[in-house]
Design a protein around this ligand. Sequence first.
Ligand code: TMP
Length: 205
Amino acid sequence: MFIVFEGIDASGKSTLIKALSDKLTEKSLQYIVTREPGGTPLAEEIRELLLKNGEDAPTPRCELLLYQASRAQHVEKVIEPALKKDQWVLCDRFTASSLAFQCGGRGVSEADVNMLNNYSTAGRQPDITVLLDISVDESEKRKNSRVTETGVEKDRFEIEKIEFHSNVRNHYLKQAEENPKAWLVISGEKSPKDVLDSFLEGMNL
Ligand code: TMP
């Protein structure tokens, strides 16, 4: 089972993934937790390049290609081997992020992103993509309190304008609406317990 978790920043993906991991452990099911960009040593290095603030920020085309390079490595080295062993793959972001952020946010064409998503994944698609939907206002509040609590500064995407995040959110909702069988949309503004319950109900688990 290949499950992808998506949403704008601070939508609660990590909390849900942790809660689901605990459930799978309870049931003695084999699983891995992984993420994009990242998931392998090389892909984690690409992640750093993508998220750091500073001079010479990648152009939208360069940014898209770096995400896809990270994805190609991740799919072949981590996701496919785990699926082959019948392990559950819980993946924080995947191809839908490239559509939401690079098309919705940056304005790259969907045809280009679809073609590159298909190339980097060799056609592998999630069994289900879970969208944790929160308002951009709520996301901003959560990001700000995280900075206060942890002292970790916002990354190159987190500092983008409200309009960027609003376009990303709308693109996610559009993807989910266009392909309802492959998406499960849950409000990320509910309590972590209610989010987990909605997920388990939506998945019939
Ligand atoms: P994360 O902090 O949720 O792990 O995600 C890293 C950032 O990268 C997040 O702001 C979304 C962005 N991103 C893209 O723009 N395109 C992609 O294809 C992926 C996987 C992430």
